[in-house]
Design a protein around this ligand. Sequence first.
Ligand SMILES: *Cc1c(COP(=O)(O)O)cnc(C)c1O
Length: 399
Amino acid sequence: MKLDEVIELDKQYFMNTFGDRVPVCFEYGKGINLWDTNGKKYYDFLAGIAVTALGHSHPKLVAAIKEQAEKFIHCSNYYYIEPQAKLAKVLVENSCAGKVFFSNSGAEANEGAIKLARIYFKKKGMPEKYEIITLKNSFHGRTLTTIAATGQEKFQKPFTPLTPGFVHVPLNDLEALKSAVNESTCAIMLEPIQGEGGVNLLDLEYMQAVKKLCEEKGLLLILDEIQTGLGRTGKLFAYQHFGIEPDIFTLAKAIGGGFPIGALCAKDFVAQAFEPGDHGSTYGGNPLGCSAGLAVMDTLINEGLVENAEKVGSYLLSKLDELSKKYSFITEVRGKGLLVGVQFTSDISKKVKDLCFEKGYLVGMAGPSVLRLLPPLIVTVDDVNAFIDVLDGILAEFV
Ligand SMILES: *Cc1c(COP(=O)(O)O)cnc(C)c1O
């Protein structure tokens, strides 16, 4: 099918939630590259928004999905599921979690985290504790409850009334957080780095103080690692940068390498609050998704991709820092590992993104003035050098 025909079908039959999309339709991908219907080659520095961590169609991931699909694709959670049990084991053995539950998306994993935090206090005989403090500019998903958790009005306004029980405080402001805690508070929920909200980093001292506050007040610490988890920031989980452990954390995006799966992970003392019948999912933890997850985890851990994210991510940040010295309209380069934002003085991120696209580079935005880079964890120094040359040429047009 030609691009024009796809656009016509989309306009006629698909809800207009994504508006005018980037005018391209991809036909196949391999590694960091995608090819469109005209055979044009692209370098993917967005990775489906931090999803395709192994690059496109990684042979191990493809083989795992094929193999499981040929055996059987789905059975109910009424039955024991081998890949599900194995993936839970891998996650527990490589993190601070004691138990895992699988969902189909990030928002759904966060819904599970919120339910778990509430039920934990209900079962402790403290039903008055249900309120969760999250941050302004955060992003936790698009369901009715996760937009209530999300600290951005634009996602909430059209859908009120919102799920009650969420308050939002400014990032890195410990006093504001402390004064938001009251007798209803049950948990504090944070992204270790705000992705959608602009690639905003949490201070080390802040995160450590939040952990301490949770311990003092008997609150649960929930980390939304949907974007930061699984090697993206140069450690398997971003909480490892802070020397703290969450009580609950959520994963999605990279875990299936593109196959939709999410995970709710919790320490044993919290996880035990879920008893038979309290939570569930038809698709969540299905054999196909968990087989994909196992292939992704195996590749991430055993092929040095987390280390690569750290190494190539530092290199990318250093090259962007050089560009920021050259172009005064870059005010800051932020990020960790391969979760990177470039802050401009004005709203030019869409223009820069479009020009990158013309040159065959897929990049993202985090708001109108932040360029967002999320290449797959297999990205090389050579890929970065080639990208920086292209970006340099594009930025020169804005001088
Ligand atoms: C993407 C994202 C979500 C939502 O995940 P979906 O799979 O789109 O539901 C939630 N939290 C964070 C931090 C994210 O980056």
